[in-house]
Design a protein around this ligand. Structure first.
Ligand SMILES: [Zn+2]
Length: 186
C-alpha cells in the first residue's frame, strides 16, 4: 500500500532510523531501493534478528527477511537537492539516525522521542550525555514539527519538556520511574 502511494517521478530512498525490528522489517518490501542507515545498524540488526523475529513472530505478514541498508552514514549526509540532511543522533540507540526536511521544518526523530506524554524520555541504549547532545542538535534545527516512531507529532517545545523529564529521571531510581538504560527488545 505504501509503495503504491509513492511519487513515481522520484527515486525512492528508505531511511532506517535504527535497528529495532519494527523499524527494519519493512525493508523487505523495499529491497530494490536504496536504504540509508547509520553505520552501526548492520551489526546490531544481525545480532538481534533471530531473537526479535522469534519474539514477534505473531506480527509477521507475508515474507520477512533481513535486508540491510545499502548506504551507511558515519556522521551526516545530505540530499542537497532536496535540502534533507540525515545525521547520527545517539540516544534511544547507538545507531539512531534522524532526518530533517528543511522545506516544511519536519524533523523525523525515530524513537528519540518517547512513546507517549507519560513516557516522553525513550529507553536509552546510549549514554545520557549523548542523548542530551542529540536533543540540543534537534533544538538547533528549530523544527516546526517533530515526528517519531510511536508518539504523536509534536512541536519543538516538546524538547524542553523531555529535557526536564530527563533531568528528573536522572535523580530517580528505575523502580521509581527513573532512567532505564537497558535497550528494549520488544
Ligand atoms: Zn526502538
Amino acid at each position: 500500500m505504501l509503495r503504491s502511494n509513492l511519487d513515481r517521478g522520484k527515486q525512492t530512498i528508505v531511511v532506517n532510523t535504527h535497528h529495532h525490528w519494527e523499524h527494519i522489517w519493512g525493508n523487505w518490501g523495499f529491497r530494490d531501493c536504496d536504504i540509508v542507515a547509520q553505520e552501526g545498524l548492520p551489526k546490531l540488526a544481525r545480532e538481534k534478528w533471530d531473537l526479535t523475529l522469534e519474539t514477534n513472530r505473531k506480527y509477521v505478514r507475508g515474507e520477512v527477511a533481513l535486508v540491510l541498508p545499502t548506504i551507511l552514514v558515519a556522521g551526516s549526509i545530505s540530499f542537497e537537492d532536496d535540502g534533507i540532511p540525515l545525521f547520527s543522533s545517539k540516544g534511544h540507540s547507538d545507531d539512531s539516525l534522524s532526518v530533517f526536511c528543511r522545506d516544511g521544518g519536519f524533523l523525523i526523530a525515530g524513537e528519540n522521542i518517547g512513546d507517549s506524554d507519560e513516557a516522553m524520555v525513550p529507553s536509552l541504549a546510549s549514554c545520557v550525555e549523548d542523548y542530551r547532545k542529540t536533543l540540543d542538535t534537534y533544538a538547533g534545527l528549530a523544527p516546526r514539527t517533530i515526528l517519531s516512531g510511536h508518539n504523536r507529532a509534536v512541536d519543538r517545545r516538546y524538547l524542553d519538556k523531555i529535557k526536564a523529564a530527563l533531568a528528573k529521571a536522572e535523580h530517580s531510581s528505575p523502580d521509581a520511574g527513573g532512567l532505564d538504560r537497558k535497550e528494549r527488545l520488544f
